[in-house]
Design a protein around this ligand. Structure first.
Ligand SMILES: [Zn+2]
Length: 298
């Protein structure tokens, strides 16, 4: 699996087990290799970004984490991205796909159990989507497979973790009930902090904004619509309370007719490097976690 993303980053199968043969998967599974599982959605991301922006983000982080882990001698594989998730707030835009919570929990659980059945009993699940309902479904799937002896762990890191943060009780009706054995919170390194300070030009944004636009510009430029001039997009920066109210009352499209919340116009390719730094932080946290907590099931 090459790491030359300039050529192959466009495919969400690049660097995942979907591009491997079954004997190669069997060999990896029998070695006790860890599995990284990208979980995201297909969801509108403004007039300038692809529907699969979150899926590309989860894919990028997981494949990059795999490369970082390899540098410290930890073998891992990446699952094909899971992307039929929950989008309760942006379903009024064509292109947003959403399924019922029970559907997502069931299919994700079945898929993860199958991976475990092949031998991938240590799984690290990474969500790149902020909807609380979506992440609650991820947690329920993790709990379901942990109950069957699979060592599944949710990984939270990078800027995206602020949208998943379970202590935001105004957004989450129930805090995410995962104990320390099932949840990694990757701390941000000094290098990442400094780079964020240097590269970020907008103060606030949650969706298809500077962060996500930079991600796509840097790592998946093939998916940008060349007819949209990103630098000309007007910022949409409502107060957070107004945004939360709109999100809770099916008012997203009224608040932002084009679908983004934040300022995509200041995005840069260089800013996309933040994602690589965040992946390195997450890889470090996973390696530390594995060293401290040898798997109970491998
Ligand atoms: Zn997104």
């Amino acid at each position: 699996m090459s790491t030359d993303r300039g050529k192959e980053g466009y495919s969400i199968f690049a660097g995942t087990i979907a591009d491997m043969s079954w004997p190669a998967v069997e060999a990896a599974a029998q070695n006790g290799t860890a599995m990284l599982v990208p979980v995201a959605v297909i969801e509108q991301h403004g007039p300038h970004l692809p529907l699969a922006t979150d899926t590309y983000g989860a894919h990028f982080l997981c494949t990059r984490i795999r490369e970082e882990l390899a540098k410290v001698g930890v073998e891992a594989v990446v699952a094909p991205p899971y992307y039929y998730g929950l989008n309760p707030t942006t379903g009024m835009f064509p292109g947003t796909v959403t399924v019922a919570p029970d559907t997502m929990v069931r299919i994700l659980t079945e898929i993860l159990l199958q991976y475990a059945g092949w031998g991938f009993k240590r799984q690290f699940i990474l969500s790149h989507h902020g909807a609380p309902e979506h992440n609650q479904a991820v947690v329920e799937a993790i709990q379901a497979i942990r109950a069957q002896g699979v060592d599944a762990v949710m990984v939270m890191g990078g800027f995206i973790q602020h949208f998943i943060e379970p202590s935001y009780t105004s957004v989450y009706r129930h805090p995410i009930p995962l104990d320390d054995d099932a949840l990694i919170r990757a701390p941000e390194s000094a290098e990442t902090k400094a780079a964020r300070k240097r590269l970020m030009r907008s103060d606030w944004g949650v969706h298809a904004e500077e962060r996500e636009t930079s991600l796509i510009m840097r790592w998946f430029p093939e998916t940008l619509d060349p007819s949209v001039d990103i630098a000309q997009l007007e910022p949409v920066l409502p107060p957070i309370e107004e945004f939360n109210r709109a999100a809770a009352n099916h008012g997203w499209r009224d608040l932002s007719p084009l679908g983004y919340i934040g300022d995509p116009s200041v995005a840069t390719r260089e800013n996309g490097e933040l994602y690589a730094l965040e992946a390195a932080d997450m890889a470090q946290a996973i390696a530390d976690f594995m060293a401290l907590r040898p798997s109970r099931s491998v």
